[in-house]
Design a protein around this ligand. Structure first.
Ligand SMILES: C[S@@+](CC[C@H](N)C(=O)[O-])C[C@H]1O[C@@H](n2cnc3c(N)ncnc32)[C@H](O)[C@@H]1O
Length: 211
């Protein structure tokens, strides 16, 4: 029997391993935001890998809000979207390729971030089979001098779509150096992120939830 899985780790490899062991024993089927493939250093690479700006071989160009997948066709998906706001770069670059990369590295407004997250949650509801699992990595941010508990927004969006929360993991930053503080510090610097694990319930599971 393996080690007991915990809610807190300092390595995302360990979190992905815990999620696989507890909730996706057959292995992850799709990565919607593959990036450099950093999630798959110790886990088998999913069969389906997508990104709006593919950087690696075998990654299919696709928007996470409009996946080239049939309804109810996959058993699990991992989503690790950008989390920064006030990223203006993409709007200023002229070169299409660079613009895409810079553009998708973040959002300008909080509502843009939330629209992307909400629309992807809906798309995951469409493509996941009942009983299927969505792993959503996110991070709280300070936007316009306000602390935004983005993970709580994601919990509400997923709940509104009909997903059940199966698990919540916190990834503590091990090596991050706090950058310099400009002006007065008003909020703790965010040194953790979340891996939220949701399930699209089967009809039977939905009945149990309502009871
Ligand atoms: C935080 S990075 C993912 C990092 C990845 N998990 C890794 O370990 O390398 C976010 C990724 O989301 C992609 N992205 C941004 N907007 C997207 C969209 N609408 N659809 C699909 N991918 C998108 C970006 O191109 C970027 O590769």
């Amino acid at each position: 029997m393996g080690a007991v899985k915990r809610s807190l780790y300092e390595s995302q490899d360990e979190i992905l391993e815990a999620i696989r062991a507890l909730h996706v024993p057959e292995g992850f089927e799709a990565d919607l935001t593959f990036g450099n493939g950093g999630f798959w250093r110790t886990q088998p690479r999913p069969r389906l890998c997508f990104d709006a700006t593919p950087l690696a071989a075998g990654v299919v160009e696709a928007d996470s809000r409009l996946l080239p997948l049939e309804p109810s066709s996959i058993g699990s998906a991992v989503f690790d979207p950008p989390f920064l706001t006030y990223v203006r770069g993409g709007r200023e670059h002229k070169d299409g390729k660079v613009a895409m990369t810079a553009r998708f590295g973040g959002y300008w407004s909080l509502s843009e971030l939330e629209d992307h997250y909400r629309e992807t949650i809906s798309e995951c509801w469409r493509v996941l089979r009942p009983g299927g699992v969505l792993v959503f990595k996110c991070q709280d941010i300070v936007h316009n001098h306000r602390l935004e508990a983005v993970h709580a927004h994601v919990l509400m969006m997923a709940d509104a779509e009909g997903f059940d929360l199966l698990d919540l993991f916190v990834l503590a930053a091990r090596h991050r150096m706090p950058g310099p503080q400009k002006g007065t510090q008003r909020h703790a610097r965010v040194f953790h992120s979340y891996f939220l694990v949701f399930r699209k319930p089967t009809a039977k599971q939905r009945g149990r939830r309502a009871a």
